[in-house]
Design a protein around this ligand. Structure first.
Ligand SMILES: *Cc1c(COP(=O)(O)O)cnc(C)c1O
Length: 395
């Protein structure tokens, strides 16, 4: 649009102008209300303007915005303590984004081998369809041609194997492997879940070969699947994990978590960030955890997920010419479309419902974790109407 002529044209923007948000709702400048099941792509985990998050940010804004990591930042230590207590991890490094959390994960893995006398272990093995971010290293990790094209030589040391193929993974792991990096549930790749058995086999494979297991839970973590982190469903733990999106609830930050051993190469001077872990971000992160760790919160996510899954299954049955299948887990759901997913998203917007596109012709539904059963049913009836509008059976 001409209004955006002064911006990089990297986004084809939808002509909607939202002015404010309230829980699962976004409100345009002219007062139209949209049910937001895109959630800024799994970011607004607690909905828009959650009172506890707003209060935490306001209070911090009046006290102190920024400090360099040259100083102690008590709220950063507190959040790291809480995250490490709640997970496999012993150490945390805070970043501003998901891609930076992945950069830290990759550096941590290579550095671990370096300090252990294995300079040759630099390769990171990833899975086809992956998305790990848009920096030069993370587009190499993601391996998608559309994101690599025209940006010069692909960063070396990234190898990719087909999705869900353990034999290919076994063949790829070798003497120069530093880490295997996977999303337990691929988000941008089309809501594709790695089977629990695959993750368990992967853990064993890494252990047998002295290779680190790094997980990208930027999208599927932070309660999204109904457990604190998605890998918990498989009963495994990684050595390193990148987290972002939902952890900030809309305040931009991420974190790389690691075991004491995996992080052992990251000593003073090896890595740094100006903004990562700044007091504003940490105030919001602690507030997100307050809600996330409340008794019964994850149970709520699982309950509402069931409402979605039943409703989506019914829609898939009713409109077989529009919906091919329903995918996903928790509140990370995908509608694989028979019509182009872009058309389905337009039909949803006509019902004042927002979703997000994904690869493999999927529409992603990533509602806030605070979505109520009633709001889920409201969204499902809008989805039904969107599918009906596209179905030849009813149009
Ligand atoms: C969004 C995303 C990233 C990148 O996060 P940014 O904050 O955009 O840098 C990395 N990995 C996964 C799985 C993601 O969904």
């Amino acid at each position: 649009m001409s209004e955006n002529a002064s911006l990089y044209s990297t986004y084809n923007r939808i002509p909607l102008r939202f002015e404010r948000g309230e829980g699962v709702w976004l409100v345009t400048e002219d007062g139209s209300r949209y049910l937001d099941f895109a959630g800024g792509i799994a970011v607004t985990s607690m909905g828009h303007a959650h009172p506890h998050l707003v209060e935490a940010l306001k209070q911090q804004a009046e006290r102190l915005w920024h400090l360099s990591n040259l100083y102690e930042i008590p709220d950063q230590t507190r959040l790291a303590d809480r995250l490490t207590r709640a997970t496999f991890a012993d150490r945390a490094f805070f970043t501003n984004s998901g891609a930076e959390a992945l950069e830290c994960a990759i550096k941590t893995a290579r550095r671990f081998h370096y300090v252990n006398g294995h300079e040759e272990r630099i390769d990171i093995i990833t899975i086809e369809g992956a998305f790990h971010g848009r920096t030069l290293a993370t587009i190499a990790a993601g391996g998608q041609a559309k994101y690599l094209e025209g940006f010069g030589p692909k960063a070396s040391g990234f190898i990719q194997v087909p999705f869900g193929d353990m034999d290919a993974m076994r063949n790829a792991v070798g003497e120069t492997t530093a880490a295997v990096l996977v999303e337990p549930v691929q988000g941008e790749g089309g809501i594709r879940e790695l089977p629990a058995q695959y993750l368990r086999d992967l853990r064993a494979l890494c252990d047998e070969n002295g290779v680190l297991l790094a997980l990208d839970e930027v999208q599927c973590g932070v309660g999204r699947t109904g457990r604190l982190f998605a890998h918990e469903w498989a009963g495994i733990t990684p050595d390193i994990m990148a987290v972002a999106k939902g952890i900030g609830g809309g305040f931009p930050f991420g974190v790389c978590l690691a075991t004491e051993e995996a992080a052992s190469g990251m000593n003073p001077g090896t890595h740094g960030t100006t903004y990562g872990g700044n007091p504003l971000a940490m105030a919001v992160g602690n507030a997100v955890l307050d809600v996330l760790l409340e008794d019964g919160f994850l149970e709520h996510v699982r309950d509402v997920s069931l409402v979605f899954k039943q409703g989506l299954a019914a829609i898939a049955d009713k409109y077989p010419d529009v919906v091919e299948e329903i995918r996903g887990t928790g509140l990370m759901l995908g509608v694989k479309c028979k019509v182009p997913n872009s058309e389905f998203l337009v039909a949803m917007r006509d019902q004042n419902l927002l979703g997000a596109p994904a690869g493999d012709n999927v529409v992603r539904l990533l509602p806030p974790l605070t979505t109520t059963a009633e709001e889920a049913r409201d969204g499902l009836s809008r989805l039904d109407a969107a599918a009906a509008a596209l179905s030849s059976g009813t149009s």
